[in-house]
Ligand binder design. Structure first.
Ligand code: BGC
Length: 773
């Protein structure tokens, strides 16, 4: 018997907020707004606060405004003098020599305040792991921990001390390219992964030489842009915001994330970086976050109306401030502490203060928060990275990191279809690797490749050939690898000129691995798509191989950063393996799974629609008075689709083995509103090789004052079982599970029945009821 990874592991139920500080973990109770604004207690913290007091006393207004400024590597190269002002932070500079040089200028300046160097280590720095959507498919938080443990180590080795991760934007929008960067459509899964990433990157003390402070982003609700277009408006009810989008941020903060990034989007009319309600009232006061919030890239400038009144050329947008000074005041007053790239707070701070549009105490609070993190990061004591470039390089791509990336990739793959046991293929039969992504290391790294290099990546062909020398490769068509607006999806696999050769190769081999999907440029930031099918003529390629090399075992391996519409692929391919963008060890991990050394056990962290018109389609939706019925008219359905359901539901994934999940039972049939109840579920290996099953626990509140989702994931455990073995998984449920938020953002726990479901997907049928008293 074990305790499943419930809220206890993520801190979702915690009434005490834990904040990692240099020298230990200190508890801060959530008693009052005032208390929550105070820094975490403890001797080390007090010492830090005294040192901050003494620094702040000596800082001029100009010094303070410089601390609030965060510049890019490019801006620093244009204006190297910024280092000796010094600015508060620099991001995207990864040359340790330059980092040390800037740092020396900062340390030798009047006050000796170090610069915080940051980077987007999202799924690896040099050793690239699977994209976060892939990692979430593992339903194994250790995959995320390993990714961030190694990402932190490699980042810190070049002198970085902050990473702009985890990205925790829950999303029901497969058109949105950035769905690749977080854990999919479920708040609970995202929360567990967020906490795991924070703890692994920061460790007990992010002053340690291989640790960094995390920045949870993009606060808030950036994952739900209208039409799935990046940076677009977000508008939603308070209760959805609190139940679906905010929990992973809370989990990251509870796990100790000491910095956060506010988002580009407007939310319910407020700018993500100008929301006092979200930044100060909720994050800082209610959740007790005593670190700092940096804006996303020029997000402060984007608050002002277009065209900007001031003559500078900077960006503009939301129209919630009339000009640059107005945007600066809106952001700072809301709680944004650090401004990335645009320079409106620094540029206008003096004037705004004189006009009393901002206060000295708010400036001091922002500076205090920034300095606090620098102290906790140990930067005042150890400002320099103690390596030369050769040693920094040697710290990258270490064998243990590469092995972890391979394991993570294998655990992230999801077997979507396996008709007649097509997979695993045989290592001793001839194999044709075919397709535009079959020998493409560049694509394997995905949309946030950090410092990953194309040549580090093991391609599918290389990986398969390493395990089966009788392997050929035929590209069939090309992925364009160009950034929009130059390329349209039609530029990917646009020509069928190579299809005859592909068919010939398929015919000549005993078995076929067809490597299809998106280019990495088609997913990630600013890469929304209106159609989410396989780009270009890839489906046609599959159909030709299927019809012209009939009966051949064909395994389609998919590389993509979002759910795809796969109706045609599902019809034509006997086997489909969803590999996402698996990272630097892609080819080896694919070979491990395709040849059966690794039994696939991943599950989908996001629903796959059949057609793009179904979007948004997600498992945790509310019920309707006219549920979809494909045989009736007056109900909630699309006339042109004879289906109600997605192609593949949340939590779904096959294995080479069969398992049985059974015997859901509760420790009690009723529970008080403040009580706890345990749910036990048995899982048994039925047939096939050793493998993994993910036992999943969902709840539903069938009668509530606000209509509740038909299912909500509240626990999961990935269990490895040998033939004949069985196990029991235990989950604990409490008010953080059966409660929900009202439209004032308040957690309410109502009396009444709760349905508890268990199974191996969001469609699990086992059910027990529980009475909340
Ligand atoms: C992205 C952030 C990223 C920042 C710095 C922005 O465009 O939205 O996720 O951290 O750039 O690179």
């Amino acid at each position: 018997m074990r305790t499943g990874r419930g809220k206890a592991a993520t801190g979702l139920a915690a009434v005490v907020l834990s904040t990692a500080v240099a020298g230990g973990v200190v508890a801060a109770t959530q008693s009052s707004d005032e208390a929550a604004l105070q820094p975490a207690r403890g001797a080390a913290s007090q010492n830090i606060e005294h040192r901050i007091d003494s620094l702040i006393r000596r800082m001029t207004l100009e010094d303070k405004l410089n601390q609030i400024q965060l510049l890019s590597d490019g801006q620093m190269k244009e204006r190297p003098g910024e280092a000796s002002k010094p600015v508060g932070g620099v991001f995207s500079e990864v040359d340790p020599v330059l980092i040390n040089k800037y740092q020396r200028q900062a340390m030798e300046s009047r006050l000796g305040i170090p610069i915080l160097f940051a980077y987007d280590t999202i799924h690896g720095f040099r050793t690239i792991f699977p994209i976060p959507l892939g990692a979430a498919s593992s339903f194994d938080p250790k995959v995320a921990s390993e990714d961030h443990r190694i990402g932190a180590r490699e980042s810190a080795a070049v002198g970085l001390k902050q990473i702009y991760s985890p990205m925790v934007d829950v999303s029901h929008e497969p058109r949105w390219g950035r769905i690749a960067e977080a854990g999919g459509e479920d708040p609970y899964l995202n929360s567990v992964f967020a906490a795991a990433r924070v703890k692994a990157a920061q460790g007990d003390n992010y002053a340690d030489k291989d640790k960094v402070v995390t920045s949870v982003k993009h606060y808030a609700a950036y994952g739900q842009p209208e039409a799935g277009r990046d940076y677009n408006t977000t508008d939603m009810s308070e209760r959805r915001l609190h139940d679906l989008y905010l929990p992973p941020f809370k989990a990251a903060v509870d796990a100790g994330s000491d910095t956060a990034m506010c988002s580009f989007n407007s939310i319910n009319g407020e700018g993500g970086c100008a929301s006092k309600r979200l930044e100060t009232d909720l994050l800082k006061k209610q959740w007790g976050f005593d670190g700092f919030i940096e804006s996303d890239y020029t997000a402060v400038a984007e608050l002002r109306t277009c065209p900007p009144k001031t003559p500078d050329e900077g960006p503009c947008g939301h129209g919630i401030a009339e000009d640059g000074p107005g945007a600066a005041a809106a952001a700072l007053n809301a709680g944004t502490d650090s401004e990335m790239v645009s320079e409106l707070i620094r540029g206008n701070g003096k004037m705004l203060l004189a006009q009393k549009r901002i206060s000295q105490s708010r400036i001091d609070d922002a500076v205090r928060r920034i300095l606090r993190i620098k102290f906790r990061a140990g930067l005042f004591e150890k400002p320099y990275v103690p390596v030369d470039p050769v040693a920094a390089e040697a710290a990258q791509l270490q064998p243990d990191a590469v092995a972890a990336a391979r394991k993570a990739a294998g655990r992230s793959m999801v077997l979507l279809k396996n008709e007649g046991g097509t997979l695993p293929l045989s290592k001793t039969k001839t194999t044709a690797v075919i397709g535009p992504l079959g020998d493409d290391g560049h694509a394997m790294l995905g949309p946030w490749w950090g410092r990953g290099r194309d040549e580090d990546a093991v391609t599918v062909f290389a990986g398969i050939k390493a395990q089966n020398p009788q392997t050929t490769f035929t590209e069939a068509c090309k992925m364009a690898h160009t950034e929009p607006p130059q390329a349209t999806p039609a530029d990917e696999c646009a020509s069928d000129a190579g299809f005859d050769a592909a068919v010939t190769a398929a015919k000549a081999a005993d078995q076929v691995v067809l490597a299809l999907g998106e280019s990495r440029e088609q997913s990630g930031e600013a890469a929304s798509r209106s159609e989410i099918d396989l780009p270009g003529r890839q489906e046609e390629l599959l159909r030709r191989i299927k019809t012209e090399a009939p009966g051949k075992p064909i395994a389609v391996v998919l590389f993509n950063g979002r759910p795809l519409t796969l109706e045609g692929v599902v019809d034509d391919a006997p086997a489909i393996l969803e590999a996402w963008f698996p990272g630097v060890q892609a080819g080896h991990a694919v070979a491990d799974v395709v040849f059966g050394d690794v039994n696939p056990g991943g599950k989908l962290p996001v629903s796959f629609p059949r057609r793009v018109g179904q979007v948004p389609i997600y498992y945790n939706h509310e019920p309707t008075g006219r549920p979809c019925d494909k045989n009736q008219k007056y109900n909630s359905r699309h006339r042109d689709i004879p289906f109600c359901d997605p192609q593949f539901p949340f939590g779904f994934g096959l294995s080479y083995s069969k398992f049985e999940v059974s015997n859901l039972r509760l420790s009690s049939k009723s529970v008080s509103r403040n009580g706890r109840v345990r749910a036990h579920v048995d899982v048994r290996h039925v047939s096939g090789p050793e493998g993994d099953e993910v036992v999943q626990l969902y709840i539903r509140d069938p009668v509530a004052s606000l209509s509740q989702p038909v299912r909500r994931l509240r626990g999961f455990e990935r269990v490895t079982l040998k033939p004949g073995q069985s196990d029991t998984v235990t989950f604990t449920l409490d008010k953080s599970d059966f409660g929900f938020h009202d439209n004032a953002g308040k957690l309410v726990v109502e009396q009444g029945q709760i349905e508890v479901y268990a199974g191996n997907s969001s469609e699990g049928k086992l059910m027990q009821t529980l009475m909340v008293r």
